[in-house]
Ligand binder design. Structure first.
Ligand code: SF4
Ligand code: SF4
Length: 173
């Protein structure tokens, strides 16, 4: 008897939706706005000073489960690191977002832009020129170099966002 109950329940669900008005979106004429945090094509962003945020630390490349990020690091005269070249193979990328999670400078970000299909698979290999944009993406105001990567200025506890040093002995019972 149990199987009849399951059988009828299945049909009841079918009947319930059978006469419902279908929802058809006329893509590509109509493009549904996607949430800002949707994960598709990756960009390399710049900080508010216009400098490229990426410091070529290789963390995104190390964490990528399909090894589709590669780069070569270089250093400017003032010691600031940057990627001499930076490459993402979107034919392998699974848009998991782990690279974005790992990035300490918020340089690498996924965007909602997903219309990138190509017949020639090699066109899915993006170089730094294709990835680097002229804005800060989702985190416009963040400037990594104002928080870290610079020479210590002033005494301990006086740097931006740094807490006052504590007296360890005062914490003892
Ligand atoms: S989204 Fe995932 S698969 Fe794609 S580059 Fe980033 S870590 Fe790799
Ligand atoms: S994008 Fe971010 S995690 Fe990747 S190398 Fe540049 S700074 Fe490091």
């Amino acid at each position: 008897m149990e199987w009849i109950k399951g059988f009828l329940k299945g049909f009841a669900t079918t009947l319930k939706v059978l006469f419902r008005k279908p929802v058809t979106e006329q893509y590509p004429e109509y493009k549904r706005p996607l949430p800002a945090r949707s994960r598709a094509v990756i960009i390399l962003t710049r900080d508010p000073d216009g400098e490229e945020r990426c410091v070529a630390c290789y963390l995104c490349s190390a964490v990528c489960p399909v090894s589709c990020i590669s780069m070569q690091s270089a250093e400017k005269e003032d010691g600031r690191r940057y990627p001499r070249w930076f490459r993402i193979n979107f034919a392998r990328c699974i848009y998991c977002g782990l690279c974005e999670e790992a990035c300490p400078t918020l340089a690498i970000q996924l965007t909602p832009h997903f219309e990138t299909s190509q017949r020639d698979v090699l066109k899915l290999v993006y170089e730094k020129e294709d990835l680097l944009v002229n804005h800060g993406g989702k985190n416009k105001d963040y400037n990594f170099y104002r928080h870290a990567g610079v020479t210590m200025v002033g005494d301990k506890g006086t740097h931006i966002n740094e807490e006052e040093p504590v007296d360890l002995k005062s914490n003892l019972p």
